[in-house]
Structure formats: structure tokens, C-alpha cells
Design a protein around this ligand. Structure first.
Ligand code: NAD
Length: 370
């Protein structure tokens, strides 16, 4: 098994280093190969997703990704900005299904911005369509308006679109995921205003006919945003489009205490996946050694489960994360009175220690590519 490791920028390098430490002590037969992506790749090769990085990701069995981006690249033309790397990987690898579980660990109920009783026991799964919608729709650009409120004025535009097969395949993913959970799916749309999302709702309803054992309800995105903070435990599996999923999954992250706790998996139809924390490169805390590595470590666990058929090893990681939280260790983002504040490395070390005690076995072969 070969894992492509793409740490990226900002805290990406710090948190991926901790996830690799954890993977190595599991003593599994895989090879890790690292490459630059995002701003780091732009600095080295003049492009955020160099061909060699893309090829490594294409050839690997799974991709472990950190985060990309930094404010200093904001003035670059769009195609050279670090964030284009993640969009390019999603597109080239066909990663259309994004899984973002939002689980509130019992020890972190007080770290959430919501009242503990609203989030205690929270376990929801947001499934976001990842390769369509307004993020990829063409045409897009800037032009002089020929109609609208200000004809003759400069304007910008994007295109929201979804085809039937795109909606069908993500709906199947959601219904199948729900079968392994509490058999409830909420499809989030904006069918009252947008043609694209009336179509989304119609197609999801049609696909649902093949899953009579799963309950389906539909919710407008504005209501879903409200319900997520009002009564988040009402949800189980939430399926939605690319843009709504982007926003709602960040909102759900805060329910769990910190965006630093939220892993994600993005899969293609062959179950090949890219695994990354749900957060970005956090330039505000990069290099300070305070970033929470648990979202990345939990993403590595998802990788073992979904793409590498190592469910037992994934369980070991998840249990170790629960154990360090139960022991009171907290990075600053989840720290509260009475718990022990630790940095990125100490948190990674604690997870490693919880997996194997103090002895770490490192038979994994690591190749480092510049
Ligand atoms: P962000 O997720 O990087 O940070 C938002 C806030 O959460 C910041 O206050 C940050 O300090 C905090 N935070 C994030 N991860 C944390 C962690 N592991 N531990 C503790 N605190 C954490 O979002 P942003 O500030 O809007 O974006 C920063 C950069 O990241 C931008 O360039 C953006 O484009 C990029 N970005 C990249 C990805 C990706 O690589 N997939 C995703 C989102 C944003």
C-alpha cells in the first residue's frame, strides 16, 4: 500500500507530521511518499499542483493531505493560488463524495459554543458533493453587463449546475451510508429559489425509491443552518451540494468544540480517497506549535478504514484519541479550566503513547521527495 503524503502550507506540515508519527507506530505494510503541494509547491516549482505531485496522488492507494493557502498568495492569479491544488486533486482524482463526520467527544462538550446538553452525544455525518456545483460550473468570469440592474457596469459571474448522474451518485452514497447508521437522510437544498436545487431535490427523491428502509426528509439550506445550532442532534446523515456543504460542515465543526477536531474523507467511485482535516492552513497560528493535530490524525484513521481496509488499526487510533482527551490533554483551541494545555507535538506523542505505550515500532518505509 502506498500513501501519498501532501502536507502543504501553514499548519499543514505540523499536523501531518503528527499523523505520520501515529501511522508509523501501527506497524502496517505501507510506504509513505511525500511531495509538495499548494504554496510550498508554488515556491519550489511555480505551480500549486505540479505534475509530479499529481502523479504521485494518482498512483497512490490513498492521499493524506494537510492544508494549503496563505494570505500572501491572495494577489496571485487564481490558477496559481494554493487552493487550486485541492480543487485540482478533487477534479483529477474524481473525488466526488466528501464525508465529514461531526462527533462531539464527551470530554469536549464544554468546548463547544453551544450549551453542553445540545451537543452531548452528537454524531452526525455531512456528505458533501465535491466536484460539481458553482465551484466548478462553467462559464465563470468577469465581463461588462449587458442586462441586469446596471447594464454597462463591470460584473462577475459563476455558474451553478448539477447533472442527473452527479446527483444520483451522491444520493446513493448518502443512502448507503445511512444504512450503516440510523437510516435517516436529510437532503439540504434551496429548491424554493434555485432551479438547480429543485432538480437536486427531484433526483434525490427518485433515488430514494430504491432505499425504502431509509427515511428521507428535505430541508432548505437557510433552515438547515439554523437547525444545526438549534437542535443539531435531530440530524443523522446530511447530504448536500458543494457550496452548501462547505458552509454547513464548518458550522458543524464548531458544534464539536473546534474545527481542529473534524476529519474528512473525499472518495471517488473506486473508493480511492484523499483524507484531510476540514480546516485550512491557519496562517494565524502556523509555526507556533499550537495547532490541534487530532483532525488530521482522525483523517488518517478514516484513510485506514475506507481506502486501506485496516479497520482494526483505525479503531486503535480512534480509541487512542478518546483516551488522550479523557486524560485531560488539550491543545489551546479545545482547552478549558482544569485540563492540561499541550502543543501539537505533545498531543501527537500522547496519541502514539496511547496506542503502543512508550515503545514505537517503525518498520514503515519512508521516502521523502522534495
Ligand atoms: P482556517 O481553517 O485555516 O482557520 C480558521 C480558524 O480556525 C483560525 O482561527 C485558525 O487558527 C483556526 N484553526 C484551524 N485549524 C486549526 C487547528 N488544527 N487547531 C487550532 N486552530 C485551528 O481557515 P481560514 O483562516 O479561513 O483560511 C486560512 C487559509 O487556509 C486560506 O488561505 C484558505 O484559503 C485556506 N484553506 C485551505 C483549505 C484546504 O487546504 N483544504 C480549507 C480551508 C481554507
Amino acid at each position: 500500500m502506498k500513501i501519498a503524503v501532501l502536507p502543504g502550507d501553514g499548519i499543514g506540515t505540523e499536523i501531518v507530521a503528527e499523523a505520520i508519527k501515529v501511522l508509523k507506530v501501527l506497524d502496517l505494510p505501507f510506504e509513505l511518499e511525500e511531495a509538495k503541494v499548494g504554496g510550498a509547491a508554488y515556491e519550489a516549482y511555480g505551480h500549486p499542483l505540479p505534475e509530479a505531485t499529481l502523479k504521485l496522488a494518482q498512483d497512490a492507494d490513498a492521499v493524506l493531505f494537510g492544508a494549503v493557502g496563505d494570505w500572501k498568495y491572495d494577489k496571485l492569479e487564481r490558477s496559481l493560488r494554493p487552493e487550486q491544488a485541492i480543487l485540482g486533486l478533487r477534479k483529477h482524482l474524481g473525488l466526488f463524495a466528501n464525508f465529514r463526520p461531526a462527533i462531539c467527544y464527551p470530554e469536549l462538550t464544554h468546548a463547544s459554543s453551544l450549551k453542553p446538553e445540545l451537543v452531548a452525544g452528537l454524531d452526525i455525518l455531512i456528505i458533501r458533493e465535491l466536484t460539481g456545483d458553482i465551484y466548478f460550473g462553467q462559464p465563470r468570469g468577469r465581463r461588462v453587463a449587458v442586462d441586469g440592474h446596471f447594464p454597462g457596469a463591470e460584473e462577475a459571474f459563476d455558474t451553478m449546475r448539477y447533472s442527473r448522474p452527479e446527483i444520483e451518485r451522491i444520493a446513493h452514497v448518502a443512502f448507503q451510508a445511512a444504512r450503516k447508521r440510523s437510516k435517516r437522510v436529510t437532503s439540504v437544498d434551496k429548491a424554493n429559489v434555485l432551479e438547480t436545487f429543485q432538480f437536486w431535490k427531484d433526483v434525490v427523491t427518485e433515488v430514494h425509491a430504491q432505499y425504502p428502509d431509509v427515511e428521507l426528509d428535505h430541508m432548505y439550506v437557510d433552515n438547515a443552518a439554523m437547525q444545526l445550532v438549534k437542535a443539531p442532534k435531530k440530524f443523522d446523515v446530511v447530504v448536500t451540494g458543494n457550496m452548501f456543504g462547505d458552509i454547513l460542515s464548518d458550522e458543524a465543526a464548531m458544534l464539536t468544540g473546534s474545527i481542529g477536531m473534524l476529519p474528512s474523507a473525499s472518495l471517488n467511485s473506486a473508493n480511492k480517497g484523499l483524507y484531510e482535516p476540514s480546516h485550512g492552513s491557519a496562517p494565524d497560528i502556523a509555526g507556533k506549535g499550537v495547532a490541534n493535530p487530532l483532525a488530521t490524525i482522525l483523517s488518517a484513521a478514516m484513510m485506514l478504514k475506507f481506502s486501506l481496509q485496516q479497520a482494526d488499526a483505525a479503531d486503535r487510533i480512534e480509541s487512542a484519541v478518546s483516551a488522550v482527551l479523557a486524560a485531560g490533554l488539550r491543545t489551546p483551541d479545545i482547552w478549558s479550566e482544569g485540563t492540561q494545555k499541550v502543543g501539537t507535538r505533545e498531543m501527537g506523542d500522547a496519541v502514539v503513547a496511547a496506542i503502543v505505550g512508550s515503545t514505537a515500532s517503525t518498520t514503515t518505509k519512508t521516502i521523502t521527495k522534495s
